[in-house]
Design a protein around this ligand. Structure first.
Ligand SMILES: C[S@@+](CC[C@H](N)C(=O)[O-])C[C@H]1O[C@@H](n2cnc3c(N)ncnc32)[C@H](O)[C@@H]1O
Length: 258
């Protein structure tokens, strides 16, 4: 039953991804959504997140299928994506407890989200630290491409077996390429490195006049350059074909080798 249902869904996903009218509506919608800062409208368990709901659901699906014990995330902002990912890790802990027939599930957990941000505002870090998910979150203050920060992340990661990485910090080509070089070696086979805001390449050139990124200089161009010299990862097109609305076209990178 489930297999047939999935097969039918996949047929529709293929059709929608090939439909020019659906795709041009989506592009128009995405353009307008950036003008209205639509992705700032949501919260996860009380913390603001800067993402499309579609990408949040995709992260939920990835975390359920990968079952990571560590999620490394660059770009914390208000902490919504940390809380989203930590809450999914809490659910994995709960499932483990249910499956091993424990009536109480552990508050303390080995599973963790490690967030890195160059500018963790005091009010955001206080709210994240006071959140019920805080026991699954560690924050590092500094630039994600600074050698001493990369060394700290690697030191934490050495004790983990299944690692998922999300990049959502400075969106320039140079910065994201440096993050890809630094953090993709941590990603374990069959897991992902999710690169957000690759969509900048598909938006009009004058969209971010006050930002250092633009068409030709953004996370998508960094992904393309990274993939030219790296055969451990490939773009999972199925995810973006399913979502259509996503900030990460060509940004769902699957690790296909040891
Ligand atoms: C788009 S926001 C992150 C949004 C967050 N992931 C979410 O979904 O709610 C980008 C964040 O990247 C941080 N950032 C900018 N440059 C950085 C750098 N070099 N290293 C680490 N973080 C950086 C900013 O301070 C900002 O908080």
């Amino acid at each position: 039953m489930y297999k047939n249902f999935r097969k039918e869904c996949n047929e529709y996903i293929k059709k929608q991804s090939e439909n020019s009218e659906f795709n041009s509506c989506t592009n128009r919608w995405v353009n307008l959504s950036y003008q209205f800062k639509y992705m700032y409208n949501y919260e996860v368990l009380g913390r603001p997140i800067i993402q499309y709901p579609q990408d949040m659901v995709a992260m939920q699906e990835l975390i359920w299928s990968i079952k990571p014990d560590l999620i490394v995330e660059t770009g914390i902002a208000h902490g919504g994506s940390l809380i989203l990912n930590a809450s999914m890790l809490a659910l994995l802990d709960m499932v483990d407890a249910i499956e091993s027939d424990k009536t109480i599930y552990p508050k303390a957990s080995r599973r963790k989200v490690l967030g890195i941000d160059i500018d963790i505002r005091a009010h955001n870090s206080a709210a994240i630290e006071a959140h019920p998910m805080a026991c699954r979150i560690q924050m590092i203050h500094g630039s994600s491409t600074a050698p001493e920060i990369i060394a700290q992340v690697k030191d934490v990661a050495k004790d983990y077996q299944r690692i998922l990485v999300c990049l959502d910090s400075n969106h320039t080509h140079e910065h994201v390429l440096a993050e890809l070089e630094a953090y993709t070696p941590l990603v374990t086979p069959c897991s992902y490195c999710v690169v957000f805001d690759t969509i900048i390449e598909d938006l009009p050139d004058d969209f971010f006049p006050d930002r250092p990124w633009s068409k030709g200089n953004n996370p998508k161009t960094a992904v393309w350059e990274f993939l030219r010299n790296n055969d451990r990862f490939e773009v999972d097109k199925e995810i973006e074909n399913k979502l259509l609305i996503t900030a990460a076209p060509d940004g769902y990178l699957k690790c296909i080798k040891d």
